[in-house]
Design a protein around this ligand. Structure first.
Ligand code: AMP
Length: 301
């Protein structure tokens, strides 16, 4: 496994690989890897002949007062985990190599980034789409793998790829959870054992919402209420938002005839956690007179 820090060297490596006819896959991460990241790596490995993992704690996606300075890091352990996948190249640039002091250009995926986390983290998604566009240009992948854990990020990147004609296939991977339901996250490392218990409120809330949806909720508000009710019982958890939106467009006031994204952001102590679930339409919930949804037209998200 090679470790490359210089963007120019990464591009030369990729150009040579493309020349040999290799199929390049990229898995962008901020490091401090866990089983969720490794699931993305294995998906990339299965689909490509050359697999590149990037580790870059991207400063432009952190706001003032966020955890950029304290973000957990363990490069040696990450490399050992990536070697076992196996990954071919770890691209781990320094911030100064990615952003020139006089850089001016941003990529903004528009409306899809305005709600949910975008409303609470101004500038966050602009930082994400800008760095991912740069990674695509540097690594030149055929495909890139992203987790549904960061569902709005996935949609923003799909939007960017479509709007800017990036010739990169975006491969989504479902959320990987601990046995008790907690979505894996590098930020779980911040949690004390009491906070770790409280953090279960998010996945329990999603389960309650799924049950409400399955058993005949009449509108998205009822689904949101089922989720907020569960979180309210956990005193150590402060809701930032619990929202139901259209899973494709992320627009508010979703119709129950279409897949719905139920997304949660909450603070457990000082740690900000996110989780989500996609609720597929229930055939029996459709109004009388309408046909059953055509399964072949349903996109799995
Ligand atoms: P991060 O290092 O947190 O920026 O995440 C890098 C990639 O891993 C992103 O595409 C995330 O959505 C994905 N990811 C992180 N945690 C999980 C998880 N629990 N399940 C699936 N994908 C994940």
């Amino acid at each position: 496994m090679m470790v490359i820090a210089a963007p120019g060297e990464m591009t030369r490596y990729s150009s040579a690989a493309l020349h040999r006819g290799e199929r390049i896959g990229l898995v962008p991460t901020m490091g401090y890897l866990h089983e969720g990241h490794l699931t993305l790596m294995r998906e990339g490995r299965r689909r490509c002949s050359v697999l590149v993992a990037s580790i870059f704690v991207n400063p432009t996606q952190f706001g003032p007062g966020e955890d950029l300075a304290h973000y957990p890091r363990n490069f040696e352990r990450d490399c050992a985990m990536l070697r076992a996948v196996p990954v071919d190249v770890v691209f781990a640039p320094e911030p100064a190599a990615m952003y020139a002091p006089d850089a001016q250009t941003w990529v903004d995926a528009g409306e899809i980034t305005r709600g949910l986390c975008g409303a609470h983290r101004p500038g966050h998604f602009r930082g994400v789409t800008t760095v991912v566009a740069k990674l695509f240009n540097i690594v030149k992948p055929h495909l890139a793998v992203f987790g549904e854990k960061d569902f709005q990020q996935l949609r923003a990147i799909q939007r960017m790829v479509h709007d800017l004609n990036f010739d990169v296939e975006i491969v989504p991977v479902p959320i990987v959870r601990e046995k008790d339901g907690l979505a894996m996250s590098s930020r779980n490392a911040y949690l004390s054992s009491a906070e770790r218990e409280d953090a279960l409120a998010l996945s329990l809330a999603l389960r309650a919402a799924q049950e409400e949806h399955r058993t005949g909720a009449r509108c998205a508000e009822e689904i949101v209420l089922a989720a907020t009710g569960v979180i309210a019982r956990h005193k150590g958890v402060a809701i930032e938002y619990v929202e139901a939106v259209d899973a494709e467009t992320l627009a508010p006031h979703p119709s129950l005839d279409r897949p719905i994204l139920l997304a949660i952001a909450a603070r457990v102590g000082k740690t900000r956690l996110i989780d989500n679930a996609v609720l597929e339409p229930q055939p029996c919930a459709r109004p009388e007179g309408e046909g059953h949804p055509d399964a072949t037209n349903r996109r799995r998200v």
